[in-house]
Design a protein around this ligand. Structure first.
Ligand code: ARG
Ligand code: ASP
Length: 727
C-alpha cells in the first residue's frame, strides 16, 4: 500500500476517536486541564487534586468499597445514593419500623444509626511507582514469572512507602500492567445512617425505570463519618465524634442548564475499553445471553414470592435489586454494542493499528498480538461459558449453594494451610451467616435452586459437566436437599460447622447440599479452571502488549485513558440531551411533573407519598424550585460506570450540583465502547435532594449544616453592579 493510503486509513479511523474517559486525578495538568477549561471549567487541576492543600479529592471518599460518596458539611455529613445505602437501610428495617418503605430521618445526632462493617476511604496521596514495580522484569521471562516478580515488587513498595500508622498503602495497575500507582489511603469505620427517603422517592420507578431516561428518582441517602478524639479513623464507639474533613463541598442552588460544564469525581469499578473485537463478539453472543437466561429464571421466582408476602419483600429487596440491576444492564449493553456497531469499529481500529505497526516496522514487537487474540479467545470460549454458569449458579443466585460453596472453600483452606487457617475462616463464616440467614427464605431458594440446576445442566458444555449431571432428576434432588441438608437454616449450619477441622469435614461429606456443590466445584476446578486460568494469563499478557502498542503508536494527542479499576477518577463533560432513535430527542432535565405523570397509586414501583403530592399541588418548593417547577434528574456526557454511584456532580467552580446514580439505556455499552452520541450518565439534581430533606422530611437540622451558594446568581448580581457603575 502507498504511504498516502496508509496515512488516510490512520487518520480516518483514529485509533481512539471516542470521547469519554476516566482520568487519574493526580495527572490532569496539560491535556485534561485544557479540555476542561474549554468546556467551561473555572478551576485549576490543583483545585481538584493537591497533596499539600485541601482540594476536592479530600471530600470524596470511596463508600464501603463499592460506591462513591461526598462530604457536604464540616461535621462529616456524607451524601451517597439510596441504592448504595440500601442494605444498611434494610438492615435497620422491620415490619413495624420499615425504613425502606417509610424513610428514616435522624432529627439529632443521637438518633443516627451505627452500621458495623461499613467504611469510608479517603485518598491521601497518589504516586507513580511504575519504575519500582517494573524492576527486574525482562522480555525473556514467562508471563507467570513476570507476574510473580511484579507481585514481589508491589509488596516491597507497599512495605517501604511512607505513611502514617493509621493509613494504608495500596498499589494498583493502570493500562493493563503498563503503569503502577501507589495510593495512600485512610479508612473510617464508624459510619452512621442519618437519613433516607422512602423507597417511593429514593427508588421511584424501581426496576422498570432502572437504566432508563427520562428518570424521576430521588436516589440519595445520608450518612455521617465519626472519628476518634484526634479526628482519626476508629472502630465504632459511642463517644466517637463527627469527623472534621479537610474539605467539604459547598452546594450550588443555581441548578443546571444544557451545555453547563460538569465534573464527576468517583471510584468507577471496571471497564474494558480496549478489548479486541473478538472479545466483544463473545460478550454479545456467549457471555451476556448465558448470564441473562439464568437471572431471568431466578428473578421471576423471587418476584412472585415478594409480591405475595411482605416479609419476603423486605428480606429479598436488596438481593433482588442487586441481581436485577446487572440482569437489565447486560441486556441494554448487548443492544447498545450491536446498535453502535462496536465490533465493526473495533475491527477498523485493529486494521489501523496493524497498518501502523507495519509502517513503523514494529512487526516483531507487536505483529503477533491480534492473531494471538483470535487464537486464545477462540480457545477460551467454552471455558468462559462453563465458568459463567458455575459462578451464576453456585455463587451468585442460589443461597444454599453459595453457603455450601463457602464451606467447600473451608476444606480447601484446611488442605492448603492447616488447622489454624481453617478455624479463623470458619469462625468468620459462621458470623457472616447469621446476618445472611435473617433474610433467608427456604421456599424461595428451593424454587430458584431447582430452576437453575436444570439450566446449568443444559447450558454447561457437556465435557465440563459433573458425570451425575448428565442424567439429572432436578425435582428429586431438590426435594432431598431442601429436606435433609443443614444449609437451610442458621442453627443447623452452625451446628454442622462446629468442631475441629476433621470433624467438620466428615460432617460436611455427609450433607447432600455439600455433596452437590462439591460435584460442581470439583468439575469446575478439575476440568475448567486450570485451562481457563492459563489462557487468561496469556490473554492478559497480550492485553498489556496491545495497550503498550496503542500508547506507543497512537497520535500524540490521542485520548487514551486507563480502564476503571476502582480507583479515584475524574470524568467531565457537559449537560446534554440525546437522540436515541430517529425523530426522538430526549431533553436533559426532568421535573416533579414527571413523577405525577408516572404515579400509579398503590403500585410497588410507581406509588408516590401523599406528602409529596401535597407539596406538588401547593408548588411549595421554597428556595429549591426554579420558575415554578421542581427539577429532579439531569443527564450529561460524563463517562461513568458501576462504582460511580453516589459520585458528586460538580460545577465549573467546585460546587456540588448533583449526585450520579445511573446511565441511560441506549448508552450502557460504555464499559466497552463509549458512544458520544448515546452514552449519558444520570444524576439527581441536588436541589431535589435538599427539597426532600427540608420540605418533605422537615430535617432543618441537616440543612443548617450545609454551605449553600449561588455562583451563577452571584455573577449576575456583580454584572448588574458593574453596569450600574458604568452608567
Ligand atoms: N443502575 C444503577 C446502578 O447500576 C442503579 C441501581 C439501583 N437501582 C435498582 N433499581 N436496582 O447501580
Ligand atoms: N448505578 C451504577 C452504580 O451503582 C452507576 C452506573 O453503572 O452507571 O455505580
Amino acid at each position: 500500500m502507498k504511504l498516502l493510503q496508509l496515512l488516510f486509513i490512520f487518520l480516518s479511523f483514529p485509533l481512539f476517536a471516542q470521547q469519554g474517559g476516566m482520568w487519574i486525578p493526580s495527572l490532569l495538568e496539560g491535556m485534561n486541564e485544557t479540555e476542561m477549561t474549554n468546556l467551561g471549567m473555572k478551576m485549576s487541576a490543583a483545585d481538584i487534586y493537591n497533596v499539600n492543600n485541601a482540594s476536592l479529592k479530600d471530600a470524596v471518599p470511596h463508600f464501603n468499597g463499592g460506591c462513591t460518596s461526598e462530604v457536604i458539611s464540616n461535621q462529616g455529613l456524607l451524601l451517597t445514593n439510596h441504592h448504595c445505602g440500601y442494605s444498611q437501610i434494610q438492615s435497620h428495617s422491620t415490619l413495624e419500623n420499615d425504613y425502606l418503605q417509610d424513610g428514616f430521618w435522624a432529627m439529632s445526632k443521637k438518633e443516627e444509626l451505627p452500621n458495623p462493617g461499613v467504611t469510608a476511604t479517603f485518598i491521601v496521596r497518589i504516586e507513580d511507582v511504575t519504575t519500582q514495580v517494573m524492576t527486574g522484569i525482562t522480555d525473556a521471562m514467562t508471563e507467570a514469572a513476570k507476574q510473580k516478580k511484579v507481585e514481589e515488587n508491589i509488596a516491597l513498595v507497599v512495605q517501604n512507602s511512607k505513611k502514617e500508622s493509621w493509613q494504608e498503602n495500596r498499589v494498583r495497575t493502570f493500562y493493563e500492567g503498563n503503569q503502577y500507582m501507589l495510593f495512600v489511603v485512610e479508612t473510617f469505620k464508624d459510619i452512621r445512617l442519618v437519613g433516607a427517603p422512602p423507597s417511593s422517592i429514593g427508588k421511584f420507578g424501581s426496576d422498570t425505570d432502572n437504566w432508563i431516561w427520562p428518570r424521576h428518582t430521588g436516589d440519595f441517602s445520608l450518612f455521617r463519618i465519626y472519628a476518634d478524639k484526634n479526628n482519626r479513623p476508629a472502630e465504632y464507639a459511642e463517644d466517637n465524634v463527627p469527623y472534621t474533613p479537610k474539605h467539604f463541598l459547598p452546594i450550588s442552588l443555581d441548578g443546571v442548564t444544557e451545555n453547563d460544564f460538569t465534573l464527576v469525581f468517583g471510584y468507577p469499578g471496571t471497564t474494558d475499553e480496549y478489548l479486541p473485537s473478538i472479545a466483544i463478539e463473545q460478550v454479545i453472543n456467549t457471555v451476556n445471553p448465558a448470564r441473562i437466561a439464568i437471572r431471568d429464571a431466578a428473578l421471576a421466582i423471587q418476584d412472585k414470592y415478594m409480591r405475595a408476602d411482605p416479609q419476603i419483600k423486605i428480606q429479598y429487596a436488596s438481593k433482588f435489586a442487586r441481581i436485577a440491576n446487572y440482569w437489565k444492564k447486560w441486556q441494554g449493553e448487548s443492544l447498545g454494542l450491536t446498535k453502535s456497531d462496536a465490533v465493526g469499529i473495533k475491527k477498523q481500529q485493529e486494521s489501523a493499528l496493524t497498518a501502523q505497526i507495519n509502517k513503523q516496522g514494529k512487526q516483531k514487537e507487536y505483529g503477533h498480538i491480534l492473531p494471538q487474540f483470535e487464537k486464545y479467545y477462540t480457545e477460551i470460549e467454552p471455558y468462559t461459558l462453563a465458568r459463567e454458569y458455575f459462578l451464576e449458579t453456585a455463587l451468585r443466585n442460589v443461597e444454599l449453594l453459595r453457603t455450601a460453596f463457602q464451606s467447600y472453600q473451608l476444606k480447601k483452606v484446611y488442605e492448603a494451610r492447616g488447622a489454624q487457617s481453617f478455624e479463623d475462616r470458619r469462625n468468620n463464616l459462621v458470623e457472616r451467616l447469621e446476618g445472611q440467614f435473617k433474610d433467608y427464605s427456604k421456599q424461595v431458594d428451593k424454587d430458584v435452586f431447582e430452576a437453575l440446576l436444570t439450566i446449568y445442566a443444559e447450558g454447561v458444555p457437556q465435557e465440563f459437566l459433573p458425570d451425575s449431571f448428565k442424567t439429572l432428576n432436578s425435582k428429586a434432588i431438590t426435594e432431598n436437599i431442601y429436606k435433609n441438608s443443614a444449609f437451610i437454616d442458621y442453627a443447623s449450619v452452625k451446628n454442622l460447622l462446629e468442631g475441629d477441622a476433621e470433624t467438620v469435614l466428615e460432617k460436611l461429606n455427609n450433607d447432600p447440599g455439600f455433596a452437590i456443590v462439591k460435584e460442581m466445584a470439583d468439575a469446575y476446578y478439575e476440568k475448567v479452571a486450570p485451562k481457563y486460568e492459563a489462557l487468561e494469563l496469556s490473554i492478559s499478557g497480550l492485553q498489556r502488549d496491545y495497550m503498550k502498542a496503542l500508547l506507543e503508536l497512537s497520535p500524540k494527542d490521542a485520548r487514551i485513558f486507563p480502564n476503571a479499576n476502582s480507583t479515584l477518577r475524574v470524568t467531565y463533560g457537559k449537560v446534554a440531551g440525546y437522540s436515541p432513535v430517529d425523530a426522538v430527542y430526549y431533553e436533559p432535565l426532568t421535573h416533579l411533573e414527571g413523577v405525577i405523570q408516572k404515579y400509579v397509586p398503590g403500585d410497588y414501583e410507581f406509588d408516590v407519598p401523599q406528602k409529596l403530592i401535597d407539596l406538588y399541588n401547593a408548588k411549595d418548593y421554597g428556595q429549591y424550585g426554579e420558575n415554578g417547577k421542581m427539577p429532579i434528574n439531569f443527564i450529561g456526557t460524563n463517562h461513568t460506570t458501576g462504582g460511580n454511584s453516589g459520585s458528586p456532580a460538580i460545577d465549573a467552580h467546585g460546587n456540588l450540583i448533583g449526585l450520579n446514580f445511573d446511565r441511560v439505556w441506549e448508552g450502557t455499552m460504555s464499559d466497552y465502547y463509549y458512544d458520544p452520541a448515546l452514552s449519558r450518565n444520570i444524576m439527581v439534581d441536588i436541589r431535589y435532594v435538599l427539597f426532600i430533606v427540608d420540605k418533605y422530611a422537615g430535617a432543618k437540622n441537616l440543612i443548617a449544616e450545609l454551605k449553600l451558594v449561588h455562583p451563577k446568581k452571584g455573577k449576575e448580581k456583580s454584572k448588574k453592579k458593574e453596569k450600574k457603575k458604568k452608567k
